[in-house]
Write a protein that binds this ligand. Structure first.
Ligand code: SF4
Ligand code: SF4
Length: 348
């Protein structure tokens, strides 16, 4: 029988606790069981049959899956993988949240994916000479179709194929790890060559399955083009712009310098103190754990208000949705926009 957790990954943790200050749920509660180290202790107890697996349910749901615990860990613990395994054990049957079941239902079928694109004027289908394929993303195509249009406009060499499914990140992060991997492999076959994505979460998942050499997140790809950008002006001055990192892009792929490099060309770049911290969107978290998600984002909203920015650039659709809705709630006028759209504005 397959072990519940990858034993080698559990064994890596030396219980040093360096990860505790980086963890947003530990910061919220101060409870050891809501820290990375505490959760790994719980996983070990389940692995050794000292605790029933159901006892992991609460912490597997409370954890954001932001992976901020990974870069600070001196032992190289792959906490993100352990969390995926934890949810694969716990988010089954009646313990799988209804919202997650609904989201799976939509992206699992061709009709569901087609419906997501319905009435969403995303980038038009086209085949180009290069082996670079733009990935539309599931919910990005529905919620922010202007992002794929911006990329298509910036890069005529990119192919846009309508025959592409979900990359499986949604499944992998919500209790269907093996299926999520299988979906990534299938997407890799449908879009041969290099996949260009505007979603940090999808980039990290795809790269972990089909290899980082086959995946390019927008900012990674753009900086390699070495195109000098025109600054964007507003009322005869350069725009003031900040960034919200994508957790998985930053902590999973180590990509954080690239979007900053681009933004420094576009305007007066202002580093938001909590730019690298999770915004509370965290995939399905903002839907499943609304209260906690708002607690996590509240400090960030206050910082953005204080900095009086024109724009916050994002590199992941979940962050765009979360920040736009929370800033609206707080009546902060800063506009939330995907980095690719901001680059497209400067190129007009
Ligand atoms: S996960 Fe890493 S940083 Fe955290 S306690 Fe274990 S070894 Fe230390
Ligand atoms: S993934 Fe984020 S919330 Fe979960 S244990 Fe790591 S730092 Fe904490």
């Amino acid at each position: 029988m397959r072990e519940k957790f990858s034993q080698d990954k559990l064994d890596r943790c030396i219980s040093c606790g360096y990860c505790l200050p980086a963890c947003p749920t530990y910061k919220l509660t101060g409870n050891e069981e809501s820290s990375p180290r505490g959760r790994i202790t719980l996983m070990r107890a389940v692995q050794n049959d000292k605790l029933p697996a159901i006892d992991l349910l609460q912490e597997s749901s409370f954890c954001l899956g932001c992976r901020a615990c990974e870069p600070v860990c001196p032992a190289g613990v792959e906490y993100g993988v352990l969390l995926e395994e934890m949810r694969e054990i716990t988010w089954q049957g009646k313990n799988r949240p209804l919202i997650v079941r609904g989201l799976f239902f939509i992206v699992d079928s061709k009709i569901g994916m087609w419906a997501l694109g319905l009435f969403s004027p995303m980038a038009k289908r086209r085949s180009a000479q290069s082996d670079l394929h733009l990935m539309y993303g599931c919910f990005e195509r529905r919620l922010f179709p202007s992002v794929s249009r911006a990329v298509a406009k910036l890069a005529p060499e990119v192919s846009c194929s309508s025959d592409q499914g979900c990359c499986g990140a949604l499944h992998a992060h919500n209790g269907e790890l093996e299926k999520g991997k299988e979906m990534a492999r299938k997407l890799g076959e449908k879009l041969p060559g290099t996949i260009l994505t505007t979603a940090g979460g999808c980039a990290a998942h795809l790269a972990s399955v089909i290899g980082s050499d086959r995946v390019q997140e927008f900012s990674q790809w753009w900086v390699k083009r070495e195109i000098t950008l025109k600054p964007i002006s507003k009322s005869d001055r350069k725009i003031r712009v900040g960034l919200q990192d994508s957790c998985h892009l930053r902590h999973g792929m180590g990509v954080f310098a690239e979007p900053r490099e681009i933004l420094k060309q576009l305007g007066d770049y202002v580093e938001i103190p909590s730019a690298a911290d999770c915004c509370g969107a965290a995939g399905s978290y903002a839907l499943l754990q609304k209260k906690n998600s708002r607690k996590v984002v509240s400090q960030k909203v206050a910082e953005i208000k204080e900095l009086n920015l024109d724009y916050i650039a994002t590199v992941n659709p979940g962050c765009t949705r979360q920040l736009a809705s929370e800033l609206r709630r707080a009546r902060v006028k800063t506009k939330v926009i995907h980095l690719a759209e901001l680059v497209a504005i400067s190129q007009k």
